[in-house]
Design a protein around this ligand. Structure first.
Ligand code: SF4
Ligand code: FES
Length: 228
């Protein structure tokens, strides 16, 4: 397969024909922030944080680098005033859903994003789809999926599958940028194994977890402090 030569942040980069701009940048050691990308899975293009600018016929336009394919002579900027402004707004929107998520807090520092710009609506899941895709694409178990649409969109474990498959797996847990996944698993497990104590498996990165209760009629969320 013949190579593609493009320019990223002024650096000449050689990439394989089937690479995306994000993959080409990574291969050249150029960092682009991501929240829904994992090289083991098909690109999803959900978080939009990996937005970059490309030059076409003298005009700059924004593209999502994790799904945009490389082209010969493509000129790419991974940072600019415009890109940073967009990333800042995305981070602020996501912080409204997951105000204490480590990854978001770090990104907020880097991009000067405010934690209180948008009204808080802590649903905790930022819909990156990493857990859902990992379970479907890598494990091929389909134990976790999205339910509902729009603002009511949620992840949910399928108790019938989760009760058989998740107990010895839990490989999707560390993928979750907001730790909402553990909470959903707790719910599924609580439903599937009501007699078990589940605290031991739900410690969050900050000694804090969130437990999300969801059922088809109502959804409520609360945070829970782990005392170690
Ligand atoms: S639970 Fe976590 S990993 Fe799954 S979609 Fe939501 S934010 Fe992403
Ligand atoms: S990493 Fe590209 S859209 Fe999320």
């Amino acid at each position: 397969m013949s190579d593609i030569v493009l320019q990223i942040d002024g650096k000449q980069v050689t990439a394989k024909k089937d690479m995306t701009v994000l993959e080409a940048a990574k291969s050249a050691g150029i960092h682009i922030p991501t929240l829904c990308y994992d090289e083991r899975m098909e690109p999803y293009g959900a978080c939009r944080l990996c937005v970059v600018e490309i030059e076409q016929r003298g005009w700059w336009r924004l593209v999502v680098s994790c799904v945009y394919p490389v082209e010969n002579n493509l000129v790419v900027k991974t940072r600019s005033e415009k890109i940073d402004r967009i990333r800042k707004t995305i981070i602020e929107l996501l912080l409204a859903h997951a105000p204490d998520a480590f990854e978001l807090v770090d990104l907020a520092k880097e991009y000067g994003a405010g934690r209180n710009r948008f009204e808080k609506e802590p649903s905790f899941c930022i819909h990156c789809g990493l857990c859902v895709r990992y379970c479907a694409e890598i494990k091929q178990k389909f134990a976790v999926g999205f339910i509902n649409r729009g603002t009511k969109r949620e992840i949910s474990f399928i108790p019938e599958i989760a009760s058989k498959e998740c107990w010895d797996c839990k490989e999707c847990f560390p993928l979750c940028p907001t730790e909402a996944l553990q909470a959903a698993f707790v719910l599924a497990r609580a439903m599937s194994f009501p007699a078990l104590d589940y605290d031991a498996n739900v410690k969050g990165k900050q000694g804090q977890i969130l437990i999300r209760l969801a059922d088809k009629k109502q959804i409520c969320s609360f945070r829970r402090q782990i005392h170690s």
